[in-house]
Design a protein around this ligand. Structure first.
Ligand code: GSH
Length: 214
């Protein structure tokens, strides 16, 4: 059985966003049961045991049958490939879905995460005054092009894949803003993905995990 390593507790604003959520969501979509191991924010992140799981002392990580895997994108793809869920059956569809996972993490999340970091950790600091609008502009540019790529489809490649799971979870990082709402088709897409029963189960599990530790 897969063991997911996540944090025992995170601040309230981070609870729904913590990246272990994407792994929980993928596991729920695949119908795989999993065990949870927790580490505490702070010195335990840099313990040899945890660094062996996640070389940067972060979370999530998973373990299964001697495999130790880190990076939420790699883990979600592992779950998708292992179970044959969340990936189209045809080769081209699989490659395209994989590309969307990388796009979510490498082309979209980098700007969205910068904006969120400014808002969550540096709000009202003088130096962000000119910087934040520049980052927001870059986020808008990515979302505008993402909405164009989505076009009139329900999902990025027509059917729900691990690429949609990752893209939706990245867009959720903007939930403290009204930025996504400026893109009606993208906004409807995000809501469609979040309406999936597996999303709801994963969110319940994540919140309950943190509440128990609070
Ligand atoms: N690229 C990594 C990022 C993981 C990450 O940023 N995790 C955050 C929690 S959501 C974390 O561990 N933050 C604490 C830290 O960096 O020390 C992934 O996608 O798994």
């Amino acid at each position: 059985m897969i063991t997911l390593t996540t944090y025992a507790w995170v601040p309230d604003f981070a609870a729904p966003l913590m990246r272990a959520f994407r792994v929980r969501w993928a596991l729920e979509e695949a119908g795989l049961p999993y065990a949870v191991r927790t580490v505490a924010l702070g010195p335990e992140q840099r313990s040899p045991e945890h660094l062996a799981r996640q070389p940067f002392g972060q979370a999530p990580a998973i373990e299964e049958d001697g495999l130790v895997l880190f990076e939420s994108g790699a883990i979600a793809l592992y779950v998708a490939e292992k179970t044959g869920t969340l990936l189209p059956r045809d080769r081209i569809g699989r490659e395209r879905a994989t590309a969307w996972v990388f796009a979510a993490l490498n082309s979209v999340e980098i700007w969205i995460q910068q904006l969120a970091s400014l808002d969550f950790f540096h709000a009202k600091e003088e130096w962000t005054k000119d910087f934040r609008p520049q980052i927001e502009k870059l986020v808008h540019d990515r979302l505008d092009l993402l909405e164009k790529a989505l076009g009139g489809k329900d999902y990025l490649e027509g059917t729900f894949t691990v690429g949609d799971l990752m893209m939706t979870d990245v867009l959720r990082i903007l939930d403290h803003t009204n930025i996504v709402a400026a893109y009606p088709r993208l906004s409807a897409y995000k809501q469609r993905c979040q309406a999936r029963p597996a999303f709801k189960r994963a969110m319940t599990a994540q919140r309950e995990g943190f509440q128990k530790a609070a």
